[in-house]
Design a protein around this ligand. Structure first.
Ligand code: GDP
Length: 601
């Protein structure tokens, strides 16, 4: 153990910019796993995970690098999540490091999220090494990408490396730069001080329970030690600990500056919170590491089994997912329209997609997700503050003093020719406020906005991509709550309010959306024996209306005189058809109608 020779780093990169390929090349170059195993197992395992698109973060790896300076360095590479929803997790992974490699695909240029994550690294006082990747590609443009990095992050162009993770060009020099430029962890504490370690990740294992991934800042942890997790104040005994080389390998101890894992009989992922500090139960430190936060869901949606019979299976699947994901939450919900299901909380839309994908792939259950909703806040006339994550629970208008909605800071990096239309999208269509534009190299600009989160979570990303022919990239971050002119629009079918169809909208959009909803319902609800009015109701009055005309003839009329089996078959069919309907009052609304409407917003 020589902490002077340890380097702890992260690689910041946009998806597809080549992080996995670079790490594989580094593993190969440093002979961290033998070549056959690499081909047959390591890459395959990653491919399967990647193809599934559900890996949020892979486990850290430790490699040993023989530098030209004669030393053998230990480099820990800590992965950061590649999704915009996991900014907090990214910041905690970065907090475990002294340096970061900023990896940018030189044929693509810098993406918005990369810029945000680099700023997080700078805030954490990390030494940044920029590397332009894929320089073997004929369309790589390292000069332009360097200018972008200079404009966006203010990096010294001369220090930027050029590499190819594919051919291996420049990778050894990159490792030399890492060990020479990134400081050792020694300035942050020694093994003689009291125990202080950061939880930067936690995963659930069927046999071992929760496995904590940790970075030790000071002190030493050994098997059998009693440790305390400071956020909860709970004590545990260390059953096993070790390092990642690259698979989990048991060791005797973990000391200041080292990265490894701990198993301590923790059953519940909510006890091992990312960002929490581990200390000794017998000789605790008084103040935990800075930066710990409780993560709160930003987006809620109803989740229902595709077939009602699978409710129990779905509950089991959610329980299992929850074991591994402390930021995911769910409670049972019962909607007259959708039946039994769950109200789920997610960090953001991508998180929601990841969970849906996992339920479908890992548990083979078809599910229905209702339209996502942000968390609104209302101050009632009696001064009480309530959080609203479901339109059905919106307080009565008379009881509300003020309503607040979450805002986000939005950055879009784009070629300048799409600027006008993108500003139009954010500002006119999506209620955003355009703040400023700055240059990013010669061929791109950065647009800065503040925008209601609710507007971002519907189809913003798709529209941005369509407008910019795929060239623009975006990143956003929760900013604050702002007072807003929101109202709840109720939808009445045959004069009965249907909760699952109600929605919260900004006043400026309530009419238009209500209009779309009632028109759509007119198409989707089949004709009945009687006329059915469909109405949008808000602000104490009807704001939109359509009518479903009555049948002219009875269904059976055309069978009159026909043979009896045919009549029976038709009745059978009707019965089957009815099953898929939800009866609201005396009107049957097909399930499809609910789903189609959820997408209108
Ligand atoms: P990640 O999403 O950042 O982990 O990206 P990957 O490592 O999976 O790389 C994305 C794609 O780029 C893959 O098809 C790689 O084969 C390719 N790629 C990665 N590095 C290079 C490189 O240096 N040169 C070229 N030509 N392709 C690369």
């Amino acid at each position: 153990y020589n902490p002077e020779l340890i380097r702890n780093i992260s690689i910041i990169a946009h998806i597809d910019h080549g992080k996995t390929t670079l790490v594989d090349r580094i593993l190969e170059l440093t002979h961290s796993i033998d070549e056959r195993k690499m081909k047959d197992q390591y890459l395959d395992m990653m491919d399967i995970e990647r193809e599934r698109g559900i890996t949020i973060k892979s486990q850290p790896v430790k490699i040993y690098f023989n530098s030209k300076d004669g030393n053998k360095y230990e480099i820990n590479i800590i992965d950061t999540p590649g999704h915009v929803d996991f900014t907090y997790e990214v910041s905690r992974s970065l907090a475990a490091c002294e340096g970061a490699v900023l990896l940018v695909d030189a044929s693509q240029g810098v993406e918005a999220q990369t810029v945000t994550n680099t700023y997080l690294a700078i805030e954490n006082d990390l030494e940044i090494i920029a590397a332009l990747n894929k320089i073997d590609l004929p369309n790589a443009n390292p000069e332009e990408t360097m200018l972008e990095l200079d404009d966006l992050i203010g990096l010294d162009v001369d220090s930027i490396k050029t590499i190819s993770g594919k051919t291996g060009e420049g990778v050894e020099e990159l490792l030399e730069t890492i060990v020479s430029k990134i400081p050792p962890p020694t300035s942050k504490g020694t093994s003689k001080d009291k125990l202080k370690a950061l939880i930067f990740d936690a995963i659930y294992d069927r046999y071992k329970g929760i496995i904590i991934n940790t970075r030790v800042f000071s002190g030493t942890i050994k098997k059998g030690d009693k440790i305390k997790l400071m956020a909860t104040g709970k004590d545990y005994e260390v059953i096993e600990l070790g390092i990642f080389h690259p698979e989990m390998t048991e060791s005797d101890s973990l000391s200041a500056g080292e990265v490894g894992y701990i198993v301590a009989g923790i059953k519940n992922i909510e006890e091992a919170k990312v960002g929490d500090t581990i200390t000794s139960s017998l000789d605790p430190i008084s103040k935990p590491l800075e930066g710990y936060q409780e993560v709160k869901p930003m987006v809620y949606a109803g989740l229902y089994p595709g077939v009602p019979d699978y409710y129990e299976e779905l509950r089991k699947a959610l329980d299992k997912l929850k074991l591994n994901d402390a930021s995911f939450s769910f409670i049972p919900e019962n909607s007259p329209a959708m039946g039994f299901g769950f109200r789920c909380g997610f960090l953001g839309l991508l998180h929601m997609e990841v969970i849906r994908e996992r339920i479908e792939r890992e548990f083979e259950l078809a599910v229905i997700l209702t339209a996502p909703s942000v968390v609104y806040k209302a101050k009632l006339r009696n001064s009480e503050i309530v959080e609203i994550n479901n339109p059905a629970e919106y307080p009565e208008p008379d009881s509300i003093d003020k309503v607040f909605e979450p805002y986000a800071k939005l950055e879009i990096i784009t070629p300048p020719e799409y600027m006008g239309n993108l500003i139009n999208l954010a500002q006119v269509e999506k209620r955003g406020e355009f703040l400023s534009v700055s240059n990013a190299g010669k061929n791109r600009v950065v647009l800065h906005f503040e925008i209601p989160l609710a507007e971002l979570i519907f189809d913003f990303f798709d529209k941005m991509k369509a407008i910019s022919r795929g060239y623009a990239s975006m990143d956003y971050e929760f900013l604050d709550y702002r007072q807003s002119d929101l109202i709840k629009v109720k939808i009445l079918v045959n004069k009965e309010p249907v909760d699952a169809l109600s929605f919260i909208a900004h006043k400026s959009k309530a009419y238009e959306t209500a209009r779309k909803v009632v028109d759509k319902l007119q198409d989707l609800i089949p004709k009945h024996q009687f006329e059915i009015p469909v109405q949008g109701y808000a602000d104490g009055r009807i704001i939109a209306r359509s009518t479903i005309k009555a049948f002219r003839k009875d269904v059976l009329a055309k069978c009159y005189g026909g043979d009896i089996t045919r009549k029976m078959k038709l009745l059978e069919k009707q019965k089957a058809g009815k099953k898929k309907m939800r009866e609201i009052g005396n009107v049957n609304i097909p399930q499809d109608a609910f789903l189609a409407l959820l997408r209108i917003n």
